[in-house]
Design a protein around this ligand. Structure first.
Ligand code: ZN
Length: 538
């Protein structure tokens, strides 16, 4: 007898074709049968008037930095996400080298503030070990991890001191470690060339790493060196060069046109990507559907200063005579988070010091008026007060570019967010709404309301396409024998509810979510089951 029979729904199989009506029978963790009959089952799910899709695959996730505290991945499964590709933007939880532990914690500062307890347990020797432990504890979603090149580089050569090339033995160590992790089942590597230590890397260093990845048919996801204005073209060229040299399967992370100078340039960028496709480069991109991006306040400082670690830059800023120079730098730096948008467009999202509420949600402009100082002065004060951890939300993109990118056949969907929940450890933290809303927003706003793309095409971008890109077998499609990762939703009502003012809101319209044949969302409510797996590349 079947475990579950889903009947009366419209099946979107993930490949982009027209939907059809049939019943889906599930046994254990697989789709056993797709049929017009009604074979007996222990549980019946009536999906009349609803869409049935393969579970969504979040192509760009940072859940590896919250899964220890949110194993139920609430903000993700409530979007219909069943698999997350993690270890993005050069960040992964491991490997950790005791010798450079403080350097690693420095590296994480601009992204996530780790508590004392976090730091105590943050000792995983390699990535494989980290995911085995997570899986054993139980998780609701499947995780397909990449190795963050920044984390790896720190484990092999440290962080704070020298923005220079690696020593030969350090280079060897890095390549050896990539090989070991790939053998253990990791799916590829990621970089964020905008931030140290990845920003120290030249094309040759990354290409050498990618040659190993290529041997295992893994992917290389890159947060490019500069996404601002026209500089995005130079960055894209660099990413393509790496793929040309190494032959690696390339993924451009959170593709966007940021800053007014670049607005309207999306067609030109996509054109370039398609040209490279025609030349044989395996290149794709992912996107989140919002006009604001997330940044950290450290991005205002000169990079070489950040390289030297918190003790260095904090002491530097504390000296009165240094302030003028930094203020001038912030004013003239077009590559800073402000991107020529104006201080009203930068909202403070989170800081690690208590009494957040006084400043969280305010723009830099507003707060500078309240404190009666110039915005640049305020930035310096906040850097010192909050020890470098202030997350910012910056409105810097144009809606039209977002739609153009979404329409492109080579673009997938990624939240660029962690799994969090409205209760527990992260509940007081103000996040970018993409953590809760990315996938339903595509289905509600961009498919149903604005008709930018069709529903089958949107689903393909969320399922079969990412599964094929990273090489996940038997996932991302509804077919007999595939894993029963399934989402049942109402195409007439599905929508995101999280906003920039109130990010901790679940989406509407997602009714059932199954991971490996088990319900993690039922009747629109979370169940407590933890059927997720650490997916190993085979
Ligand atoms: Zn990134």
């Amino acid at each position: 007898m079947l475990d579950i029979l889903i009947k009366n729904g419209k099946i979107y199989n993930g490949l982009g074709g027209k939907p059809y009506k049939k019943n889906i029978g599930i046994k254990d963790d697989r789709i056993e049968i797709i049929t017009s009959n009604e074979p007996p089952a222990h549980k019946l799910i009536d999906a009349i008037d609803l869409a049935i899709s393969p579970g969504f695959i979040d192509m760009h996730s940072h859940t590896d930095f919250s899964i220890n505290d949110n194993p139920k991945a609430e903000s993700k499964v409530m979007q219909g996400i069943t698999t997350e590709v993690v270890g993005m933007c050069g960040f992964s939880a491991a490997p950790v080298n005791e010798k450079y532990f403080d350097d690693l914690m420095d590296y994480f500062t601009n992204t996530i503030a780790l508590s004392k307890e976090d730091k105590l347990r943050w000792r995983w020797k390699n990535l494989y070990e980290f995911y085995e432990e997570i899986e054993k504890k139980g998780i609701s979603v499947n995780l397909a991890p990449l190795l963050g090149y920044g984390t790896l580089r720190i484990a092999c050569s440290g962080f704070s001191h020298i923005p220079n090339a690696l020593l030969p033995e350090q280079q060897k160590k890095i390549l050896y470690q990539i090989e070991k992790e790939m053998e253990a089942g990791i799916w590829g590597i990621s970089s964020a060339l905008e931030y140290p230590p990845c920003s120290y890397c030249d094309v040759e260093e990354i290409a050498n790493a990618c040659k190993i990845v290529k041997r295992f048919n893994g992917i290389y996801s890159t947060h490019m060196r500069n996404e601002n204005g026209r500089k995005v073209f130079t960055s894209l060229k660099e990413a393509i060069k790496v793929a040309q040299i190494s032959g690696v399967n390339l993924e451009i992370a959170h593709l966007k046109v940021a800053g007014k100078e670049g607005w309207g340039k999306a067609p030109e960028i996509l054109n370039r990507i398609h040209q490279e496709r025609k030349r044989g480069i395996e290149i794709n991109a992912d996107q989140y559907p919002y006009t604001a991006w997330g940044s950290g306040i450290l991005d205002f400082l000169p990079k070489e200063m950040v390289y030297k670690g918190i003790n260095y830059w904090r002491n530097y800023l504390l000296k009165k005579e240094n302030r003028k120079g930094i203020i001038r730098f912030i004013k003239n730096n077009l590559d800073g988070p402000e991107k020529g948008m104006g201080w009203e467009e930068i909202i403070i999202a989170n800081t690690k010091i208590k009494n957040n509420e006084v400043i969280v949600g305010k723009s830099i402009h507003e707060l500078s008026i309240i404190r009666k100082i110039e915005p640049e002065e305020l930035i310096i004060d906040l850097l010192i007060e909050k020890e470098g951890y202030v997350k910012l939300i910056v409105f810097c993109m144009k809606e039209e570019d977002i739609k153009t990118i979404l329409k492109d056949s080579l673009v997938m969907i990624g939240s660029d967010g962690r799994a969090v929940s409205p209760y527990g450890k992260f509940s007081n933290v103000h996040f970018h709404p993409r953590y809760y809303g990315t996938f339903p927003r595509i289905l509600g706003k961009y498919v149903r309301e604005e008709k930018v793309i069709s529903l089958p095409e949107a689903i393909r971008k969320m399922t079969y396409m990412p599964a094929t890109k990273i090489g996940l077998r038997d996932r991302g499609q509804i077919t007999e024998g595939a894993f029963a990762d399934i989402v049942i939703f109402n195409p007439q009502t599905v929508i995101d509810n999280a906003t920039f003012e109130n990010s901790h809101r679940f989406s509407s319209g997602i009714r059932e979510v199954l991971v490996n044949g088990k319900l993690v969302v039922e009747g629109g409510k979370l169940t407590s089951s933890l059927p997720g797996k650490f997916l190993r590349r085979k």
